[in-house]
Design a protein around this ligand. Structure first.
Ligand SMILES: NC(=O)C1=CN([C@@H]2O[C@H](COP(=O)(O)OP(=O)(O)OC[C@H]3O[C@@H](n4cnc5c(N)ncnc54)[C@H](OP(=O)(O)O)[C@@H]3O)[C@@H](O)[C@H]2O)C=CC1
Ligand SMILES: O=C(O)[C@@H]1CCC=N1
Length: 281
């Protein structure tokens, strides 16, 4: 059997830890994975939780370079404003043939390529945190020097985190608005439903349970092959019944329009952050 590639997670917060969890749960060997963070306490937490090597910048100023130098695949998971500095730091030590993957919103392939040595293989992704459970969806766009075999390698690694789709880079901001930020919309709905349930007289803990289980159950139904959200909704909505009364209020107040406006704001914010990053170069 061929040896697994070495993966280094450069920055390991909410998003990269979710990807790490999904990849390890899929059976990827722990001894082929290194992660870096800034804080020693976060490094200790990740070591205990995942049993991998974690290097903390606060303890070793060469942490990122050491992790990068051994990696076949690097997954950069710092905030957008930190990506250029990270790539500038690790670029000189990359192994020949290494693939640099970014999960950062708003950081263009062009910026990544400019920060790395000429010819570096880069891939920009937009994942989401259900990756932790193998239920994520990741969109990726490949840079100009990324070989098809490298794209396939990254796709196969990310398969442990859920679905993987390839899109033109100009669609990544829209993807982020739907699936990158999307889990937060679902959690927001759960919060709102729980609050409203309590206002209708339920014990707050019971309202939280009902809202969470309902969204989880509905999500599981949506994940079934051939599921159709509108058909599933109609199956709950009896003519002149209670659900119809609720949906009628949502429609009258243009909930779809409110959601569309929020998602447009997310995409616009991505473009704005890209502008800020380009202006800072
Ligand atoms: N959260 C999400 O749902 C999604 C996030 N993304 C993208 O993922 C990226 C990370 O976001 P998120 O995970 O939420 O952020 P977090 O703040 O949770 O994680 C950032 C991580 O980067 C580490 N870090 C920062 N600077 C350095 C450095 N110089 N060297 C090593 N480690 C460093 C932090 O370490 P420490 O903890 O020690 O400070 C932390 O582990 C962003 O670019 C975001 O756009 C994309 C899709 C979804
Ligand atoms: O909020 C953000 O900027 C990141 C990108 C998508 C989800 N979280």
């Amino acid at each position: 059997m061929p040896t697994s590639p070495r993966i280094s997670f450069l920055g390991c917060g909410s998003m990269n830890e979710a990807i790490l969890g999904g990849i390890l749960a899929g059976g990827f060997p722990k001894d082929r994975v290194t992660a870096t963070v800034r804080r020693a306490e976060r490094a200790a937490e990740l070591r205990v939780r995942h049993g991998i090597t974690v290097l903390a910048g606060s303890e070793d100023e060469a942490a990122n370079r050491n992790a990068a130098a051994e990696a076949d695949v690097l997954i950069v998971g710092v905030k957008p404003a930190g990506v250029r500095a990270m790539l500038t730091e690790v670029g000189p030590v990359l192994k020949p043939g290494a693939v640099v993957v970014s999960v950062a919103a708003a950081v263009p392939l062009e910026l990544m390529e400019a920060a790395l040595p000429a010819g570096a293989q880069v891939i920009r992704t937009m994942p989401n945190t259900p990756a932790k459970l193998g239920r994520g969806v990741t969109a990726l766009s490949a840079g100009t020097a990324a070989a098809p075999a490298s794209v396939e390698l990254v796709r196969s690694l990310l398969a442990g985190t859920g679905r993987v789709v390839q899109v033109p880079e100009e669609q990544i901001n829209a993807v982020g608005s739907v699936s990158g930020s999307g889990p937060a919309y679902a959690f927001y709905l759960a919060e709102a439903m729980a609050k409203a349930g309590a206002e209708l007289g339920l014990e707050p803990e019971l309202a939280v349970l009902l809202a969470a289980e309902t969204l989880a159950g509905a999500g599981a139904m949506l994940a079934e092959p051939g599921a159709d959200a509108a058909a599933l909704r109609r199956a709950v909505t009896s003519p002149n019944g209670t659900t119809e009364a609720a949906i009628g209020v949502f429609a009258d107040r243009d909930l779809p329009g409110i959601i569309a406006a929020g998602m447009a704001a997310a995409a616009e914010r991505s473009a704005e952050i890209t502008g800020e990053l380009n202006a800072a170069s």
